[in-house]
Design a protein around this ligand. Structure first.
Ligand code: TXA
Ligand code: MG
Length: 320
């Protein structure tokens, strides 16, 4: 059995050099001992991920993060203490522990403390064994929609995982549903490399420092590739006013806030009531669209700043 809720088994799998997918508050990750080059190689193979795309190291707490990070500006220390465990990844100067295999040869490393009781238990038990970090990219096929439950992971990666050795730690549905906010922490100001549920204004409130949001599309952030997070169905972004004039297509779905009425001739596959629900359900709804063999999914993005902007970022990439 690949899927388990038993943390002890997960500890053994990782400590034996096997892979274990882990639940987090954002999305599921495919975990491997960050000091085991063979295990890390398997992560790249399972995902079909180019080897120069760097990985996030997941750690149990701020202290373990400093094993991987050599230098942190004051504002970033404040931020990590305030947000971790939580949906924040910092990219900072690396220590020698963060090998080229992890960082894609860059002098920076990405680190985060995820907020999920099973995974924090796993990370703490691994710490005791001297394993102080797990690399964990989102546990989906490269370019596909990120997984927000254990079945999504099995669907994408099951054939690359060994039923006898590897595991998927089942922690239920992810609470946030979008990947963590990635913040570059090498300078005087935070730079958001990937938007997420921790917003620029949230970071400014915590740190008192102005955030730079215009990421120059760093190619090292795979999530910043123009096309990413994509289902098989074609995703088309529309606004509420356009809905009435849409071309009638067979096998079309619609995702929109519950307050927006359903179109004739579309399957209403998503009716979240709020942006928070929108984020939480977006990826599983896009996966449902593929299960239903829909050809097109119309999406009406939720209005607003903050989380709504992170949702729009993902929908834009899914639509490319
Ligand atoms: O919420 C998340 O962050 C999830 C969960 C599993 O923690 N993880 C995740 O990992 O989204 P992944 O590998 O799918 O995306 C990590 C992103 C990639 O876009 C990668 O390029 C970027 O982090 N990244 C990693 N190291 C970096 C670095 N040194 N500089 C810039 N970007 C980096
Ligand atoms: Mg990913």
């Amino acid at each position: 059995m690949l899927i388990t809720t038993d943390v002890t088994k997960a500890v053994k799998a990782i400590a034996s050099g096997h892979l274990c997918a882990i639940p987090t508050e954002t999305v599921y990750g495919l975990g491997a001992d960050a000091t085991n080059p063979n295990a890390i190689s398997r992560v790249f193979v399972a995902k079909g991920r180019p080897t120069d795309h760097p990985l996030i190291v997941h750690v149990a707490n701020v202290t373990a993060a400093y094993e991987w990070v050599s230098e942190l500006p004051e504002w970033a220390t404040v931020l990590t203490h305030a947000v971790w465990p939580g949906p924040l990844t910092i990219v900072a100067k690396r220590t020698a522990l963060a090998t080229d295999q992890i960082t894609g040869g860059q002098e920076t490393v990405a680190v985060r403390v995820p907020k999920h009781p099973l995974t924090l238990d796993l990370l703490n038990q691994l710490n005791v064994l001297g394993i102080i970090g797990l690399v964990a990219p989102s546990a989906n096929t490269f370019g596909h929609v990120s997984p927000t439950n254990a079945n999504h992971v099995e669907h994408d990666l099951g054939e690359y995982l060994s039923a006898h050795e590897d595991l998927i730690l089942d922690g239920g549905q992810c609470a946030v549903g979008l990947e963590s906010t990635i913040v570059l922490a090498t300078g005087d100001q935070p730079i958001i490399l990937r938007p997420g549920s921790l917003t620029a204004s949230g970071i400014e409130e915590i740190t008192g420092v102005k955030v730079i949001t215009n990421n120059n599309e760093s190619p090292r952030v795979s999530g910043s590739l123009a096309s990413h997070y994509a289902p098989n169905a074609k995703v088309i972004i529309v606004d509420e006013a356009e809905l009435a004039n849409l071309e009638v297509i067979k096998n079309a779905g619609l995702i929109a806030l519950a307050a927006i009425p359903t179109l004739r001739y579309t399957y209403r596959i998503g009716s979240p009531r709020t942006s928070v629900e929108f984020a939480r359900e977006l990826y599983s709804t896009l996966r449902n669209a593929d299960d239903l063999d829909l050809k097109v999914v119309y999406v009406v993005p939720p209005p607003g700043s903050g989380l709504a902007q992170a949702i729009l970022d993902r929908i834009n990439r899914a639509a490319n």
